[in-house]
Design a protein around this ligand. Structure first.
Ligand code: NAD
Length: 482
């Protein structure tokens, strides 16, 4: 059973300071499952981006904390009330299954709700100065100021609503103006979100959404003279390009991951297998923090892989609009073909496929690959799809840590063990941003700090609290104080 009948094609405009702007040239947005066009968006030229930044710069936000809170909480409420509408749009343009899309809408609710609750809190500090022989009878106060210029936000396809929300909510909470460029693959959700924010009372000058091909207008997002900060979530390749191009600007880069789930000999294998399968396949395996490598110690690997296969078999892969489906498509057929090729290459190097089914277009069914060599492309590179690769590792923690740290990435990790000595070593020695004991690497709440090291990220972390810091400058002021 599918959720609803085919929706009409959305012929969208950009939103430049709230004004709807169209262009003759458009970018088509495809449903990865049906290959049908679900919408079109304008192909912005550099002058559109310039206009958006200039309009934003010319506007000085003066919203009180209370007003910002009201806008954010109203947005959360609207998203909750319209979660099915958003889920439908996310599924249509990304191929993520209905369950994943509904979950995403729920997460976005949290982002706005937390930002709304946090923005009324004053995080200023006070330093008394009469504290040393050099001291004076003064006090220094801190306060956070919005950026002088505009935030340039560039977002990926894998969470069409939530990644955008992680940029916009903290920006609104801190009285900043944003020009957003959502990915050309899933821009429709971002445009619908902009309308919700305007409806919730956001002054339109505080948010513009420009759409189009990054080859034409990407550089303008990075080098616009009014762009003070670039917040980017996406691939390492583009992130490093931005880092080179951005010049004297603050950058926040949240990049790819290759997260391990580590299974030690004392682990409850059933529980570990559940985490492995869920972590590798939720969101069609397209989470920066998806389980992309399962490192299982040799002594329990036979028993563990059997349980993984059992659980993977239960997943239903198919029409993303079917509410009983667990795994929809990946973003396009090209991506599915790449994963298929990487699996075959791993097999040529000695890996074994324990479970899988033939690819159909962009539908890449969950595939359990055992005995994957730790340095084969499938697991050494980021494979952004529902592959469940098991790497058998020697029964000693030194080897586990060495192999885990052997990729260029350092985003997150999950570890399955009850031994505190192991936990302490993993927390101290895995080169990652997060270690989750008995959870998938992707576990977090929307306000906790989140982000990677090495190739996985540069600059501030994300999560509402950290993002609000990154979007502000600390000003100190002082006065005599007896
Ligand atoms: P991508 O890098 O291809 O695209 C991301 C964005 O960059 C898109 O909006 C795209 O249009 C834009 N872009 C591309 N070239 C550009 C250029 N030259 N100038 C300016 N903008 C340009 O990434 P993707 O394929 O959309 O997303 C998947 C990647 O994102 C994966 O690697 C995933 O791990 C990563 N990701 C990371 C996090 C995190 O928080 N660390 C979260 C989600 C996704």
């Amino acid at each position: 059973m599918t959720v609803h009948a085919k929706p009409p094609i959305r012929r969208e405009a950009m939103r430049i300071a709230g004004r709807q702007v169209t262009t003759d040239e458009v970018v088509e947005v495809f449903n990865p499952y049906t290959n049908e066009v679900v919408g079109t968006v304008p192909a912005a030229r550099p002058e559109h981006v310039r206009e958006a930044f200039a309009k934003a710069r010319a506007y000085k936000p003066r919203l009180t904390r209370y007003e910002r809170q009201q806008i954010l909480l109203r947005t959360a409420d609207i998203l909750r009330d319209r979660k099915e509408e958003f889920a439908r749009l996310i599924t249509a343009e990304s191929g993520l299954c209905w369950k994943d899309s509904l979950y995403e809408a729920g997460r976005a609710y949290d982002v706005y709700s937390f930002a709304g609750q946090l923005c009324i809190k004053d995080d200023g500090e006070i330093y008394s100065c009469d504290i040393s022989p050099q001291g004076k009878q003064r006090k220094i106060f801190t306060q956070r100021m919005p950026l002088m210029g505009v935030i340039s936000a560039i977002t990926p396809f894998n969470h069409p609503l939530n990644m955008v929300s992680h940029k916009l909510a903290p920006a609104i909470a801190t009285n900043n103006r944003v020009v957003l460029k959502p990915t050309e693959l899933t821009p429709l959700t971002a445009l619908a979100l902009a309308d919700v924010l305007y409806e919730a009372g956001l002054p339109p000058e505080m948010l513009s959404v420009v759409t189009g091909n990054p080859g034409t207008m990407g550089d303008s997002m990075i080098t616009d003279p009014d762009a003070d900060l670039i917040t980017f979530t996406g691939s390492v390749r583009v992130g490093k390009y931005i880092a080179e191009k951005a010049g004297y600007r603050r950058i926040v880069l949240e990049l790819g991951g290759n997260d391990p789930l580590i299974v030690m000999e004392d682990a409850d294998l059933d529980k570990a297998a559940e985490l492995a399968v869920q972590g590798a396949t939720k969101n069609s395996g397209q989470r920066c923090t998806a389980v992309k490598r399962i490192l299982c110690v040799d002594s329990v690997a036979d028993a563990f892989s059997k349980l993984v296969v059992e659980k993977a078999r239960k997943l239903k892969c198919g029409d993303p609009m079917d509410p009983t489906v667990d795994v929809g498509t990946v973003i396009h057929e090209g991506a599915a073909k790449l994963f298929e090729r990487r699996v075959q290459d791993a097999v040529a190097l000695g890996a074994e496929i324990l479970h899988g089914a033939p690819r159909q277009g962009a539908l890449f069914p969950p595939t359990v690959v055992d005995r994957a060599p730790y340095d084969c492309e499938l697991v050494h590179e980021e494979t952004f799809g529902p592959v469940i690769p098991i790497i058998r590792v020697p029964n000693d923690i030194d080897s586990v840590i060495r192999i885990s740290n052997s990729t260029a990435y350092g985003l997150s990790s999950g570890v399955c063990t009850n031994r505190m000595d192991y936990v302490a070593r993993f927390v101290n020695e895995l080169d990652v941003g997060t270690v989750n004991v008995w959870e998938v690497p992707g576990y977090r709440i929307e306000m906790s700090p989140f982000g990677g090291i090495k190739d996985s990220g540069l600059g501030y972390k994300e999560g509402v609290v950290e993002a609000m810091k990154s979007f502000t400058n600390v000003r100190t002021w002082s006065m005599p104080w007896p």
